[in-house]
Design a protein around this ligand. Sequence first.
Ligand code: GLA
Length: 386
Amino acid sequence: MSALTEKVVSAYLQIFQSEPSYTILSPGRINIIGEHVDYNDGFVLPAAINKYVCFAIAESGSSSCTLVALDLDKTYAFDLTDEISPVADMWVNYILGVVAPIKKELKGFNLVFSSTIPMGSGLSSSAAVECGAAFALNTLFDLGLSKEQLAKLGQQAEHTFVGVKCGIMDQFASVFGKANQVIKLDCNTLTYDYFPADLGDYCLVLLDSKVKHTHLTSGYNTRREEVEAGLNIIKQAFPEVNTYRDCTMEHVESVKDRLGAIRYKRCSYVVKEIKRVGEAVQALASNNFEALGKLINATHEGLSADYEVSCDELDFLVAQAQNIPDVLGARMMGGGFGGCTINLLKKSAISKLEDEIQLAYKKRFGIDLEVYQVAISEGTHLYNRN
Ligand code: GLA
């Protein structure tokens, strides 16, 4: 047993005086490229990582349910006969949002969980909680939900109980992740392929800016509204366009005035990023890591200047990394406004990257940066059954 699973199982035993029926692991994710295009019918290239939320679950024997968040030292109890609606404590909403739509099919349960995914770091700890809870309930009550249904249940919880109109990438990656495989997900059809994550002499390293994002207050939903409005303007002028996937920069340029400065920037970013993901897939397939690095750099430029979801700390980390010769590409990752950068670099340059940037970052912002070397891992899965 890992330290995480051991901690959760022994806490369950201590709190409920009985063994849990199931122990489940649900991972966070990285994304190689394809940012803010999952809700724009684009493609994304995420992968699950070896940082997890662990859940222990069993029936309670009544209609009452108890949730225990070990890391927060908090407990929340509710009854399935009560109406389930969002509460003030956000961690509870991730789980209640999953419970509410399937409430009729459930009996009372006790759930204890803890996480090694840093919160608010852009590694999708919230998707891991949602999908892990959905998986746990699916297993305990034999609901027969498919992996796709679990991912959608998680996304729905985020929309309705958390208030973030996220795309499907995080939940999909958490549920469908495979060891050493990157997922190429078509966010329009939800069809997907796996790619071997074999980077040869190169590797991916994450730098955690320690600036915590919260999408609710950081304009994630505003970006969605801006690009939706932008797409409607493009569609009016070009009826052959259905989604951003059909859009070219010529379309965007020709309605530039009608879009206005902000929407023009947002739409340009989306159209260019969808194109970049296609090119990145080719670069990966042909082991052209230099080309992949350039695309990653271009994504950061777009996210920072046009989509405006970066921040000073992330821009600094990216600029510093891009100055190191063996770093092929660096960009902010995930929703933005804080969290991690993802860096593609020669394995031999890892300690140089760590040492130089850690020092420079501390000097500039007074923040101790954290470095994560993650392994690409299995998606949400049953760890143990009693
Ligand atoms: C967050 C959302 C995802 C996706 C990314 C940006 O992580 O949850 O759906 O939009 O931001 O790519």
